[in-house]
Write a protein that binds this ligand. Sequence first.
Ligand code: BGC
Length: 664
Amino acid sequence: MAGARRAQQMALDSRLGIPLIFAGDVIHGLKTIFPVPLAEASSFDPVLAQRTARAMAIEATAAGLHLTFAPMADVARDQRWGRVVEGAGEDVTLTALLSAARVRGFQTRDLRRDDSLLACPKHFAAYGAVAAGLEYGSVDISDETLRETHLPPFGSSFAAGALTTMAAFSEINGVPATADRALLTDLLRGEMGFRGFVFSDYTADEELIAHGFAEDERDAARLAVLAGVDMSMQSGLYIRYLPELVKTGAVPMATVDVAVRRILYVKAAMGLFENPWRSLDAETEARNIATPAHRALAREAAARSVVLLQNDGVLPIDPDKARRIALIGPFGEDKDNLYGPWAFYGDPGKGVDIASGLRAALPDPGKLTVVRGSSIHEAIEGGIAEAVKAAKAADVVLLALGEAQDMSGEAQSRTTIEIPAAQQALADAVAATGKPVVVLLRHGRALALHEGVANANAVLATWFLGSESGHAIADILLGKVDPSGKLPVSFPWESGQEPFFYDRKSTGRPVLGQGSTEYKARYATTDNSARYPFGHGLSYTRFALDKLELSDAALRWDKSIDVSVRVINKGPRKGSEVVQLYIRDRVASRTRPIRELKHMERVTLDPGGNRTVRFALSRADLEFVGAGNRRIAEPGLFDLWVGQSSVDGLHTQITLYAEEPSRA
Ligand code: BGC
């Protein structure tokens, strides 16, 4: 804070007196660490995303920041890519909704507020589409897929008020994004109407040389500024080369003027000229950071981020039955892997681990035994034997396994998305005891699960849940909170299925029903389906859907229809379900995915309760990017499902009718 105040004073005292803008990566929290974005996406709830973003903004601005390099609006369809953890998963609709919600939460409607934190949706564009999930890799993509899958979350973020974006490190179709004028100027500004400014991603301008696109640093600076990168983040190339580039005429002065004007426009929009000291007040810093209210929100968000993948009834654990619990695995008593890979400012050691959370929640903490059994990557001597002994002495085993926090995030692409072998061996040995096992997965991506893990009595996706991890996990395990998360990424059977996502194409030889799979679109060794599909997530209660009704099965061109469905809580407890509406265009001029999520709604019901959920469906929901990159809807038949995941649901069909010729 003192350093920032000094820097601001120097800027104000300089020739032009233009205030500085302070930016940092507050991705899922400053001091109070909220669940990683992928985890929070499991809530399928934009309202929650907006609330946590607001809390992060309050802390970040109190600490002196004006701008965060978030949200990551990249749709991520390959789980080998480590940055899956930073976004909202594999689906375009969910990513678009959550990215926009985060922008609204960071900024509010009023950018001049002291606690408004400017957002920077990144990385423009299609960064999540790097070939084979290799970080910084190349993207080769059709114009249609770029527009249909990768741009909408940026569009919704800009519509929500975001005034900056960041060019991706990667190249698209042979041109690095940082030097791509067609992308950063024609498409971003011309087609999408973006009015703010563009950052380079770190040293991406300098990296144009290694890409084989720029001759040297000078050439790299020239290409980047001409393409539409307004601010160079880290390399210093603009400071070093722009004066000379302008002097020699290699870069028109007007280009620099435009970039400067865009940056000044953003500074003016946030009121920085009138109030250069906003966010630089030590008292606000002391008052607004790591507050009990933010901690409570972190606990709520963490519990809402947990996905119950399977459960044979072992959960919830009744705390009053005073059962003996063995907590086994490297993440049971571990504060180093709670936050996730992007929590620079969080205080290590201030998070609650699983053992501490359980001890605080159990009526008799003495009934809990904690055994490590294995380290994250390697076996420990005698570890398995000790774990097996603890398992045998317990009534129920909690197995805390998965990825270290530095196994996902930037530059953490992996060829297999599995639990490290040492931990798998531990899980298999514990499973062999025959005791009921609950697996608590720690992870920043979807995983391919096997044997002792996959066959456990219950499996929970618990990601990286942040400061309140242990409390939230205890809330779920002991049934204080009903699990209600839904998967934002498909869990495949095997790593080799990646990239795997639910809204894939049919192919000419789809596997249908129970028939022979010979010469069908599948792997010789594995069905090309998911172990746990996108949208899947169980509850301790049981929901059923019925009475799927349409106001009209015929959708007229400029009208909408109502789709309604009744949700019933048929189980013994209060709980929440996310009702999901999917469509499929049966025949189109460009083949369409087997399903596409279009709407969702979260419903909370008491036991025996029911509610009718209504969705308005219009032509816009049926559009896709067709020839000439135009969004079009084509008249004809559409399947429609309303369900509890991307592979189930009540089914019906609707027909879109062409625009009626106007009668002149
Ligand atoms: C990442 C960006 C991040 C930047 C600044 C880069 O390596 O790709 O997402 O905002 O560093 O920390």
